[in-house]
Ligand binder design. Structure first.
Ligand code: COA
Length: 257
């Protein structure tokens, strides 16, 4: 069904693996579209409780957009490439199902941007992050200039973007670019542990929280107003009835998907 990614659903956790190991999982346009398709499909798949996005092999999450593909693009093609890439990143960021990037090696350029679009990032201790685009004569084109600032602040973001320096997993942790660092063997289990926890929470409330957080950053949206709306509407949901009833009756909530 897909040419560039693998998907597997184990116990409700959908793992999307970028499967271009010989090219260090470089993101050609088709790969990005396949990721978008898999994430979009998961939104209406009741069996999916959470999503892991990772790269095949022990060396790379994704070493950037596929340079060999865009090298001959003209301005029109590169503008479309960027706009389409933004759509993919927005689809991930706005997913109602929690998405964790399991960063198993290089996350450079578009790879770093892809990881940053996910809700959380867990890195293996061999991971390397960077935005090396200025080496190629371009700025980042998949939201990197914006999301890096959001995650690490302007001071470090501007340094990383202007120097093209790659940083290791522990430095990424120190800057707040990743949530956790683990040995490579523990990477996917750690992600599953987090998703198994979020899977016990109200899916409607998870979706609302993601909407509110995105409201803080989204152009033309007001995060505070989004929160008032989401909070108000949550009172009309089955999850609210179940969550509050469970609390008052001293039992564990069992939310429907
Ligand atoms: N686009 C296309 N192909 C890429 C790629 C990318 N972003 N990153 C790696 N590859 C390919 C290499 O061309 C090579 O293919 P080949 O075996 O057919 O020649 C293969 O993946 C292995 O990469 P290689 O460079 O030999 O591995 P390395 O361990 O020596 O170096 C990196 C690893 C990540 C430092 C190096 O591959 C690199 O700098 N990649 C580009 C990073 C980048 O600039 N990304 C931003 C793009 S906008």
């Amino acid at each position: 069904m897909y040419n560039n990614i693998l998907t597997s659903n184990e116990n409700g956790i959908l793992t999307i693996t970028i499967n271009r190991e010989s090219k260090l999982n470089a993101l050609n346009i088709e790969t990005l579209q396949e990721i978008k398709q898999a994430v979009t499909g998961a939104q209406t798949d009741a069996t999916v409780t959470g999503i892991i996005l990772t790269g095949a092999g022990p060396k790379a999450f994704a070493a950037g957009a596929d340079i060999s593909e865009f090298v001959n693009f003209d301005v029109k093609q590169s503008t479309k490439m960027s706009a389409d890439g933004h759509e993919v990143m927005n689809t991930i960021e706005r997913s109602a199902k929690v998405i964790i990037a399991a960063v198993n090696g290089f996350a450079l350029g578009g790879g770093c941007e892809l990881a940053m679009a996910c809700h959380l990032r867990v890195a293996s201790d061999n991971a390397k992050f960077g935005q090396p685009e200025v080496n190629l004569g371009v700025p980042p084109g998949y939201g990197g200039t914006q999301r890096l600032i959001q995650l690490v602040g302007k001071s470090k973001a501007i340094e990383l973007l202007l120097t093209a320096d790659a940083i290791g997993a522990n430095e990424a942790l120190e800057y707040g670019l990743v949530n956790y660092v683990t040995p490579l063997d523990d990477l996917l289990p750690r992600c599953c542990e987090i998703l198994n926890k979020t899977a016990t929470k109200s899916p409607m409330a998870i979706k609302a929280v993601i909407n509110c957080i995105n409201g803080y950053f989204q152009d033309g949206k007001d995060g505070f107003k989004t929160e008032i709306k989401e909070f108000g509407e949550s009172f009309g949901t089955a999850d609210f009835k179940e969550g509050t009833d469970a609390f008052l009756n001293k039992r564990k909530a069992a939310f429907q998907r």
